[in-house]
Design a protein around this ligand. Structure first.
Ligand code: IVH
Length: 691
């Protein structure tokens, strides 16, 4: 396309999205897509300088001003930051900084987290909080004083004097403090759960569900820009300080770190994870560390901000039209993108559960390309109100499975029709799908359904069950299509010649697969029990049963109430086990495995009840009754994990004598429960925290 046309097109598209984001707090595209548009425009403007204009979005900072809040003119403009999308761009910034300073000058960098919230400027006159404003277009923002006043961590009055270094100094006459208002993840989840509960009632009453907040940033921005500040008060917003604006009568500060320490001494919340370093290599390390650890924080970050620490050097470097030359925002890969929902289909699991899933226009998000995402069940599709053809927000955070957050309603095509759950199974038997009264799942109840059958084999061979290497989904489908496996027991009679008929198999790979199938015959009993695919019977209950009964025969002949007395089993699992063994088809299946040589009596397991299954417990300091290893063993034997550091996912921290200070501080700041040795014993016994 002609650059003139493309530049005009980009400017108008960007203008629209900028307004949606900054002014209306209702973005239609994810940040990463917006950034990509800006960058394309920047590249074209660099290539065609004659087409650059002062009104171009590349020269602007934020959004237009909406009329509902009074305008506030910033005495010191609130500039934005330039972005580095990868390490090369960070290094290029580092080069520019070095070139801008005296040759060989020592440079210290202050590395901060880039909080994903909303920038505000707080003004204090003679120690009193007098005004809060959003950034707006960088020059004029909106007056959100009443709303910010409801944020507990924002000081309303400052002490008359504070320590700056070793000196006691009076508080500045005027102090403008800049930082990010954000919604902690927990507060966001609460808001989302409340909206979902409200929507359930709406849908039950035949009304349309309302949009559910999609992420903490949008929910936070919406919460701050409430006309009624009491609504803001109920949302649990928080704040981190990272910069000053206008200062009159302040202390003589020479570095950014000193400025932050001064702000902390005044009572402002300064993020604890700030690091001052001497080299760009250490900056890169900071960025990599936080990219990996971003999910250990109780709030969202979308990158790191790197600032030259020395205020004198900052003065030399100065500003471009848009942003300071002395700072850069290092963006992490996006975890949220928008894409087109092509279709909604249903997959059938091994127990017959029919799960709707989104078929998406492939999109790179959270570090991988996503083309499918679960929609869980019929109610979820209805509540999210997603329709084939919609533009949807897709999120993939860390290891979490991708999720369709919701539709972008303003982009819904006129002909997008509501999706209805299919009435028949997608397999060739086309058996009826059933949803029982009071249940959220819809099921295919035909036991010979080929989809269920395939899933049972996939599950049987999977890591947590028989762990047969090389027998993944693709191979199972091939075996099934060739009529070579109709239940998991069939895999034990496969031959090399049969495998050679399948596409992609050679003699070596066929022999290798048969070897791993053979090797699976001696898996310990808990794995075999799990592999049978008995409803509700997971690995930890299987461990407990194997430890108690020792052989499959003993479990098969045990009565319901005996099974139910095993720790972690209970009535539901016990009933499910006995009804499974009461069915002839299942007995035939077990006999087939036995005939194939599967050993049903190998128990290599701990006897301990699995009280800590899936829970992470960190131990720090010396305990009387345990050394480090035995404490870790006690946790692991009960199904728990004992990681070396505290994160938001930690269930509890056990504090002995002389504990590690960083673990205690982290646990305190994240609100992770802390236990003494007695509490630890209680936790090991019951899996619960002491009262
Ligand atoms: S410094 C002149 N530090 O990111 C420097 N900004 O993309 C002003 N942000 O507008 C900003 N965390 O809303 C700074 N530690 C941090 C930040 C941060 C988040 C936001 C802020 C800024 C935007 C730029």
């Amino acid at each position: 396309m002609d650059p003139v046309e493309r530049i005009a097109e980009l400017r108008s598209v960007i203008d629209r999205h900028r307004r949606l984001y900054h002014t209306l707090a209702e973005p239609e595209i994810a940040d990463a897509e917006y950034d990509a548009l800006i960058r394309e425009l920047e590249r074209l403007e660099v290539a065609h300088p004659e087409l650059t204009e002062p009104s171009s979005p590349t020269q602007l900072v934020g959004g237009d001003i909406i009329e509902t809040f009074a305008p506030v003119t910033h005495r010191v403009p609130m500039t934005s930051l330039d972005n580095a999308m990868d390490v090369d761009e960070l290094r290029a910034w580092g080069e520019r900084v070095m070139k801008g300073l005296d040759e060989g000058a020592a440079i210290r960098y202050c590395c901060e987290l880039k909080i994903d919230g909303l920038a505000v400027s707080l003004r204090y006159e003679n120690g009193q909080f007098v005004q809060a404003a959003t950034r707006g277009d960088g020059r004029v923002g909106e007056d959100v004083t009443a709303n910010v006043a409801t944020i507990a961590v924002v000081p309303k009055a400052l002490p008359a004097t504070v320590m700056s270094g070793r000196k006691k100094i009076p508080i500045p006459e005027v102090l403008e403090v800049r930082g990010e208002v954000y919604l902690p993840i927990e507060a966001f989840e609460k808001m989302r759960a409340a909206k979902e509960a409200e929507n359930l009632e709406r849908v039950a009453a035949g009304r349309r569900p309302e949009p559910v907040p999609v992420n903490p940033r949008n929910a936070g921005a919406g919460s701050l820009r409430q006309k009624d500040a009491s609504v803001t008060a109920g949302r649990g917003l928080a704040f981190w300080t990272y910069q000053v604006g206008e200062v009159v009568g302040g202390p003589e500060l020479t570095s950014h770190r000193d400025t932050l320490d001064f702000l902390a001494a005044c009572g402002f919340p300064v993020n604890p994870d700030i690091r001052v370093v001497d080299s760009l290599a250490e900056v890169e390390r900071f960025c990599t560390e936080w990219q990996e650890n971003r999910h250990s924080l109780p709030y969202e970050i979308d990158g790191a901000v790197v600032k030259v620490d020395d205020l004198g050097q900052r003065g030399v470097l100065g500003y471009t039209a848009r942003a300071p030359r002395w700072a850069i925002a290092v963006k992490f890969p996006p975890e949220e993108r928008t894409t087109i929902l092509r279709d909604i289909q249903v997959s059938i699991g091994r127990t017959g559960r029919a799960t709707p899933f989104a078929v998406l226009e492939p999109v790179f998000v959270g570090g991988s390309t996503v083309s499918m995402a679960t929609l869980h069940n019929e109610d979820q599709v209805r509540l999210k109100d997603v329709r084939p053809g919609d533009t949807v927000v897709v999120r993939k955070a860390g290891d979490v499975i991708p999720e369709v957050v919701g539709p972008v309603l303003s982009l819904r095509p006129d002909d997008a029709e509501s999706w209805n759950f299919p009435q028949v199974c997608p397999c060739e038997l086309k058996s009826t799908l059933v949803r029982l009264e009071g249940e959220s799942d819809t099921r295919c109840v035909e036991p010979s359904c080929p989809h269920q059958r395939d899933q049972r084999i996939i599950y049987f061979a999977s890591r947590g069950a028989m762990d047969i290497e090389g027998l993944g989904e693709r191979t199972v489908m091939q075996l099934s299509d060739a009529g070579l496996a109709t239940d998991p027991g069939d895999v034990y009679s496969l031959t090399v010649d049969q495998l050679l008929t399948l596409e992609g198999f050679g003699r070596v790979s066929a022999e290798k697969l048969l070897e791993s199938i053979e090797g699976s015959k001696t898996r310990p009993l808990p794995r075999i029990l799990t592999a049978l695919g008995i409803k509700h019977l997971g690995p930890s209950a299987a461990e407990a049963l194997a430890a108690r009964f020792g052989t499959l025969d003993a479990i098969m002949s045990a009565a319901d109430d005996t099974l139910a007395t095993v720790d972690g089993v209970g009535d539901v699992i016990a009933r499910s086990i006995s009804s499974w063994f009461a069915q002839q088809a299942n007995l035939d299946f077990v006999a087939k495995l036995r005939d194939a040589g599967v050993d049903f009596g190998r128990v290599e397991t701990s006897n301990a009840p699995q009280t800590l299954e899936g829970k992470a417990v960190v131990v720090t300091g010396t305990l009387d009754g345990f050394d480090r290893e035995s404490a870790e063993r006690a946790i692991k034997e009960r199904g728990g994990k004992s990681p070396g550091s505290v994160s938001a996912k930690t269930f509890a921290v056990v504090i002995g004598r002389e504990p590690g200070a960083s673990k205690v501080t982290k646990a305190e700041s994240l609100g992770v429960p802390m236990l003494d040795e007695e509490g630890f014993r209680h936790l090991l016994d019951t899996g619960e925290l002491p009262d």
